[in-house]
Design a protein around this ligand. Structure first.
Ligand code: SAM
Length: 256
């Protein structure tokens, strides 16, 4: 039987790596590193840095593979993601068939934690369902970008006794501030915070968290949103890519 480890590596700072994650990488025979094209080359570099810092097993090897690009033309969002996952599942199937021998362990280095807006677990389940390569797998948790954001801003995530919604830019509309007092927004390519008109709303924004380029801005949304928009656009142009996340909140602790 082959074995797969899905290892959360933290959200940008190599020191996010847990002892469990370091031990998992050192247990693996093959370390799979995804590459996503030139713009996001830094993300592959951070994974390479993690391997060279923490992996001390001379006989293990790194296998880099290209993640297929998601096709969006003439498809609904769900169709597009489903087809994309199928393409990645084929790539994983090839890796597990060609790069791992029976009895060997392969590790996928997953950004942040594998349970948060990441499909490695569901794609690995898809590969298992194909029944073309037999393997078992385990998941090792990691520090998420939500934790990195809260730590950098030195804030608790929730108001006392209150819930938190985790959502995407596409889904923010109608959620905050109508339905939830605290929303974490990820994967926001449209800067959905610009459409929120609530005088009480605060934003805690962060980009490239945990890396040398980290930028954070916080304050009353109405007062800082133009600054966030401008800073984001400038940083994106300077680096050629951006990853950002933010918390929107209204109300106060102990208010009903
Ligand atoms: C595909 S999701 C992966 C999330 C990841 N599994 C996690 O645990 O954080 C990518 C989104 O996570 C957020 N993100 C991840 N790392 C980040 C970082 N270092 N700085 C800011 N946002 C980050 C951004 O919202 C980005 O669009």
């Amino acid at each position: 039987m082959k074995n797969v480890l899905i290892v959360g590596i933290g959200a940008g700072n190599p020191e996010h790596m847990t002892v469990q994650a370091i031990n998992a990488l050192n247990h693996a025979d093959v370390l799979f590193i995804p590459t996503k094209g030139d713009a996001k080359a830094q993300l592959a570099d951070i994974r390479r840095d993690i391997v060279s810092r923490y992996v001390a097993k001379p006989q293990s090897r790194v296998v880099e593979f290209e993640i297929p690009v998601r096709q969006t033309a003439e498809r609904s969002y769900n169709q597009s993601v489903d087809q994309w996952h199928a393409a990645i599942a084929s790539a994983y199937e090839r890796l597990l068939t060609d790069e791992l021998r029976a009895g060997q362990t392969g590790a996928f280095l997953v950004w942040g934690d594998p349970m948060l807006y990441d499909s490695t677990i569901r794609i690995i389940e898809r590969v298992r369902a194909l029944e073309t390569v037999a393997f078992d797998y385990s998941v090792i948790p990691g520090i998420t970008s939500i934790q990195a954001l809260a730590a950098s801003h030195r804030i608790p995530l929730n108001l006392v006794g209150k819930p938190v919604e985790i959502t995407t830019g596409r889904r923010l509309h109608g959620s905050f501030p109508e339905k939830t007092e605290t929303a974490v927004v990820m994967l926001d390519g449209e800067q959905a915070f610009m459409k929120i008109e609530d005088p009480d709303a605060r934003i805690y924004w962060g980009a490239y968290l945990g890396t040398e380029q980290e930028i954070i801005i916080s304050g009353r949304l109405a007062e800082v949103r133009d600054e966030v928009l401008k800073t984001r656009a400038e940083a994106r142009a300077r680096h050629g890519w951006i990853m950002d996340i933010y918390l929107l909140q209204k109300g106060r602790d102990f208010e009903e």
